[in-house]
Design a protein around this ligand. Structure first.
Ligand code: ZEM
Length: 291
């Protein structure tokens, strides 16, 4: 009803976004029998993580604000190989909700994927703004290198502001998904239930005997018994390092502790680089199928 407002009409309020509705729409597109193990969930979680994990607490650059992975060169960084698929898939949700920013959408997709795959409730706050040009792209090399050990992992995650306990909790996300030779060069899933969020990464890491995979690809480990599960050198670092290992042991024994620590650490990850006043409303989403 464009044109002048009649006496009884009030101007339209700026649109408030129904984030639970957006969550539900994301939940609706997770399942896909033609994709990997039947869910886009793992690749959505990886997108949210890589968008945020570029943060540097000293320079205060990077982080989930900006959604700079839309632009080259960040979209072409080796670590982001394959994430174009997740970004394209989420485009349909953006079309249905033009008011949401890409940076909010990607972080919300990570939260929705984790919750829908059986993980903990992740408190989530909207308000990220998209950068409008590639100038805010972070330099290559801010995300972890899977072929490296404890010192490298600490360099990368301490730069974001995480401690050893949070690092181990976060990598527990490797209960989900798999490695793809055409993306990272590595191959295979970490657990037998890669579309369910569990503490399975830790129980497998401690419970199986891991041997070098015999192949022409990059150095990785496979379980001796079946050869079907995998670990990256960086995953093995968590049981080789004396300060990481106790957390692996605790999370393997106590899934509730893992869920609580993961929820807090993943929330913190998604907040990196986002200006806040402390007054923002914190959302906790209902899982689909929950009353
Ligand atoms: Zn990952 N990750 N990651 N990760 N990751 C892969 C896949 C997935 C590392 C890493 O090099 C790799 C965290 C930490 C670290 C997920 C979530 C999170 C892959 C395979 C590699 C190589 C990519 C491929 O080929 O498709 C390293 C070295 C890490 C730290 C030391 C953290 C933190 C995560 C979230 C909280 C997820 C969900 C996947 C599976 C993606 C998929 O498409 O299935």
């Amino acid at each position: 009803n464009g044109g002048t407002l009649g006496k009884t009409q009030v101007p339209e309020k700026p649109k408030t976004i129904d984030y639970q509705k957006v969550y539900n729409q994301i939940a609706d597109i997770l399942e896909d029998n033609d994709w990997d193990d039947g869910s886009h969930g793992p690749v959505f979680v990886r997108l949210a993580w890589h968008a945020a994990g570029t943060y540097d607490k000293e320079s205060k650059t990077g982080g989930s604000n900006g959604a700079t992975m839309r632009f080259s060169p960040e979209s072409d960084h080796g670590a982001n190989a394959g994430l174009n698929y997740a970004r394209d898939k989420l485009e349909s949700i953006k079309q249905q909700n033009p008011e949401i920013t890409y940076s909010d959408l990607w972080s919300l997709a990570g939260v929705a994927a984790i919750q829908e795959m059986g993980g903990p409730t992740i408190p989530w706050i909207p308000g990220r703004k998209d950068a409008d040009a590639a100038t805010a792209c972070t330099p290559d090399g801010r995300l972890p290198d899977a072929s490296k050990g404890p010192a490298h992992i600490r360099d990368i995650f301490y730069r974001m502001g995480f401690d050893d306990r949070e690092i181990v909790a976060l990598v527990g996300a490797h209960a989900l998904g798999r490695c793809h030779p055409d993306r990272s060069g590595f191959q295979g899933p970490w657990t037998t239930s890669p579309t369910m969020f569990t503490n399975g990464f830790f129980t497998e890491l401690l419970g199986k005997k891991w041997v070098d995979k015999k192949w022409k690809g990059p150095k990785q480990y496979v379980d001796k018994e079946t050869g079907e599960l995998m670990m990256l050198p960086a995953d093995m670092a968590l049981i080789q390092d004396k300060n990481f290992r106790p957390w692996v042991e605790k999370y393997a024994k106590d899934e509730e502790l893992f869920f609580n620590d993961f929820a807090a650490a993943f929330h913190k990850l998604l907040e990196l680089g986002v200006p806040r006043t402390g007054e923002e409303k914190v959302y906790r989403f209902k899982r689909t199928g929950e009353a």
